[in-house]
Design a protein around this ligand. Structure first.
Ligand SMILES: Cc1cc2nc3c(=O)[nH]c(=O)nc-3n(C[C@H](O)[C@H](O)[C@H](O)COP(=O)(O)OP(=O)(O)OC[C@H]3O[C@@H](n4cnc5c(N)ncnc54)[C@H](O)[C@@H]3O)c2cc1C
Length: 472
């Protein structure tokens, strides 16, 4: 254990000669500080993170990844792996070390007869949805189309389809992985099943995934979906109704919610622009008739100020929140998980929603349960399947002068909700300063993960992540 390197400082500098030699062995591109495109390539979704790697290897093939991993391992470099660069903690980059950037590898190939899709690790959600929807198929992914498939999947992955079809990892059939010693292996139920278990939730701790194979399901092309907006003052009644109604609703229906200030959308009455609201985000992935019938009670309840629900293309619904989640803002998140949204919890949420420190800050609740919870908690590394709701306090703002105020608001709200929470947390929502929550994120699965980390990455080469320490 003593020899395991956990520092985020690099061990050696990288010589130009070594980089030239690496460049001769790969099809992709190597960027250093003086290369055109270096700044764009090192920029992450979260503008709070500003790191300057010594070199960025933009991989074009799985062999490029092998070469880059061996290069980093041989020189004991600090290595970061980049999929979509969305991770809030900024783990896709590092100071002074080597970034293995998968973003040029975006190919998606759908096999409609077998209902599978092969996805390269640099693809974003939009690439997958676009290709699978050509065949009226989809797999559960997240709600912001520019998110990377790789990081999302390796942490678990959930979205509008998860109550029906499970987490993204529950639809993962196999993955091609480059291990810390530079081998290319496949992880599936039949090949390296221990690694397959670990990568389904264990993040990037166990190797670099170069491609994923997913099961896909008939979805759409239209779903019955949209937003129902209420004044925040109605939140207690609306969420109490939501709680009871969603208990009985079928798996096809999901209803997330968000508390924020209303953006100036033409569909929201002008007098509510900039006012605190509760928005229900509802999606039924069954037939449109079913959707209309199932969503009706949610639309009829109370006196919504806007109702934007109706049939829409699934691929468009997957991008509908993109304008609120653009890259380049300062972001600080805090996340808790809940089995129920109780009245006491609602009171805390409303209290903090009345004190939003910036118009871009919001409190978002994703709804899980059903198919997610039918998988045993020890079947994959992602174990906290009892959680019905995942809260994400989105501290989000533009002006660095507001850092302290927005971060304090997010932390205070998180602390105030903690007595209502399960104690577990989704690794993909953890910020840079939450390394102490890694064990809580994995619960009873942590010990097995640490043993597998020792087997697959004993020197902790892959440590720019929510790190699982190799077992002693
Ligand atoms: C706006 C926004 C919306 C989101 N919505 C959702 C949502 O609806 N549902 C959900 O589940 N999550 C959601 N997330 C969280 C998201 O799943 C994580 O941020 C995830 O890490 C993003 O993946 P990425 O590839 O873009 O990240 P990156 O920052 O590129 O990587 C994240 C981590 O994964 C590692 N990694 C990346 N690629 C590989 C690879 N090929 N092999 C091994 N390790 C790799 C990185 O080293 C890093 O540690 C959202 C995030 C944002 C910013």
């Amino acid at each position: 254990m003593g020899s395991v390197q956990t520092s985020t400082r690099p061990q050696t500098s990288i010589s130009a000669g070594d980089l030239n030699a690496l460049g001769a062995r790969i099809q992709g591109t190597i960027l250093t500080a003086d290369s055109p495109g270096y700044d764009a390539a090192r920029t992450l979704w979260n503008a709070m993170i500003d790191r300057r790697p010594a070199a960025i290897v933009q991989c074009a093939t799985a062999n490029d990844v092998v070469q880059a991993v061996r290069f980093g391992a041989d020189r004991n470099l600090l290595v970061a792996v980049r999929g979509g660069g969305h991770n809030i903690a900024g783990n896709a980059s590092c100071d002074d070390g080597l970034v293995i950037d998968l973003s040029p590898m975006k190919a998606v190939r759908v096999d409609p007869s077998n209902r599978t899709a092969r996805v390269e690790a640099g693809a974003t959600l939009s690439h997958v949805d676009r290709e699978t929807q050509k065949f009226g198929l989809a797999t559960p992914l997240g709600i912001n189309s520019t998110t990377g498939v790789a990081g999302l999947t390796l942490g678990g992955g959930f979205g509008w389809l998860s109550r029906r079809f499970g987490l993204t990892i529950d639809n993962l059939l196999s993955a091609d992985v480059v291990t810390a010693d530079g081998r290319r292996i496949t992880a599936s139920e039949s090949e390296n099943p221990d690694l397959f278990w670990a990568i389904r939730g264990g993040g990037g701790n166990f190797g670099v995934v170069t491609s994923f194979e997913f099961r896909v399901h008939p979805v759409g092309p239209q779903v019955f979906a949209g937003l129902i907006v209420h004044p925040l003052a109605a939140a207690r009644d609306v969420l109490a109704f939501h709680r009871e109604y969603m208990r009985r609703a079928p798996d096809e229906l999901v209803c997330w919610f968000v508390m924020r200030q209303a953006p100036p959308l033409p569909t929201v009455p002008v007098e509510f622009h900039g006012k605190e609201i509760l928005a229900l985000a509802v999606c039924c992935s069954g037939t449109l008739e079913e959707g209309e019938r199932l969503v009706k009670p949610l639309r009829d309840f109370g006196r919504p100020v806007a109702d934007m629900v109706g049939p829409q293309q699934y691929s468009e619904w997957q991008t509908v929140l993109d304008p609120l989640l653009t890259p380049g803002m300062r972001n600080y998140w805090k996340s808790n998980e809940f089995v129920e949204v109780t009245d006491g919890l609602i009171d805390v949420l409303v209290d903090y929603a009345m004190r939003l420190p910036d118009p871009q800050c919001e409190i978002a609740f994703a709804q899980l349960g059903r198919a997610v919870g039918r998988v045993p908690s020890d079947a994959t590394a992602y174990g906290h399947r009892d959680a019905q709701y995942v809260m994400n306090v989105h501290g989000r703002w533009a002006d660095p002068a507001k850092d302290q105020q927005c971060i304090a608001w997010a932390r205070d709200l998180f602390n105030a909700t903690t007595p209502h929470a399960t104690g577990s947390v989704y690794v993909n929502f953890m910020t840079e300063d939450e390394r102490d929550r890694v064990k809580a994120a994995y619960g009873n699965n942590y010990g097995r993960l640490a043993a597998l980390k020792k087997k697959y990455d004993p020197k902790n080469l892959f440590r720019m992540n929510h790190n699982i320490q190799p077992a002693a």
